[in-house]
Design a protein around this ligand. Structure first.
Ligand code: UDP
Length: 240
């Protein structure tokens, strides 16, 4: 079986409400969980990098379909994946749960001013969340930071460094954590802090969020081609 097929086998297939409930239960039961919000770039990188492949297949890891291409590809390969579970919706759901239950959350990533804005947003909109340590994603001592966070008994650690760094840094320290939901969350700090706009509803409804991001940041085009177009060809080959 190819690694790509293994990722689809492992992918969480139920809907997002059930997934949020699973996260809620794991938080309640202090069960450690490493969530990888997956898109074609995630799977493509796993195929060519042994360590990344290992982290995707780790028993603590849950893969969820962030990108619409993952949902569509899964369907082409006859896996019944109900819907997307985007990083941004997941983080929003976790902030709500955190506020309800008074959980402790640490943040790592994004530019300093983005992180500071996000901390303000959390303080004012989710006042019951206990904010743990936080660091921007351009500091030089991120590994030390994660080790310190692991000693802090946090319930959630959100890491926004982009693929593959965010997953790799979590995985390097995974064994140091006794509990906690650990997630690589890509560009979500930029959006939740109000620094970047999320795609308008119509783009989201039509599953064209990726197109909006390319419009806004044309430099993403090359990355998009390398990861998504090539990925779809691979899936079509697997389908045959
Ligand atoms: N980032 C960071 N440190 C780095 C490189 C990136 O903190 O060395 C942050 C960047 O500021 C952004 C996030 O990582 O907030 C990645 O965003 P991107 O939109 O590229 O991620 P995607 O959602 O596409 O995976």
């Amino acid at each position: 079986m190819s690694n790509l097929v293994r990722y689809f086998e492992k992918l969480y297939k139920d809907d997002k409400e059930n997934f949020y409930n699973l996260v809620k239960n794991n938080l309640k039961n202090k069960k450690k969980m490493f969530i990888v919000t997956s898109n074609p770039e995630t799977f493509t990188y796993g195929e060519k990098n042994d360590n990344y492949n290992k982290l995707l297949m780790d028993q603590n890891t849950t893969l969820v379909a962030d990108g619409i291409s993952i949902v569509k590809s899964a369907k082409m390969l006859k896996y019944d994946v109900k819907e997307r579970i985007t990083g941004i919706d997941l983080v929003t759901a976790i902030l709500k749960i955190g506020n309800e239950c008074g959980y402790k959350i640490s943040l790592c990533g994004a530019r300093k001013e983005v992180l500071e804005k996000l901390l303000q947003v959390i303080k004012s909109e989710y006042p019951n969340i206990k904010l743990g340590k936080a660091i921007d994603g351009y500091a030089s001592n991120l590994d030390d930071f994660i080790t310190n966070v692991s000693k802090d008994n946090v319930d959630v650690l959100l890491v926004a460094l982009g693929i593959p760094n965010q997953e790799e840094i979590i995985y390097r320290h995974l064994q140091e954590f006794k509990k906690g939901i650990l997630i690589g969350v890509g560009g979500t700090f930029d959006v939740l802090s109000g620094t970047k706009k999320r795609a308008p509803k119509i783009f989201r409804k039509l599953n064209l969020e990726w197109l909006y991001r390319i419009f806004k940041e044309p430099s993403r085009m090359k990355r998009f081609y390398q990861n998504n177009i090539k990925f779809m060809f691979k899936i079509m080959k697997l389908k045959k």
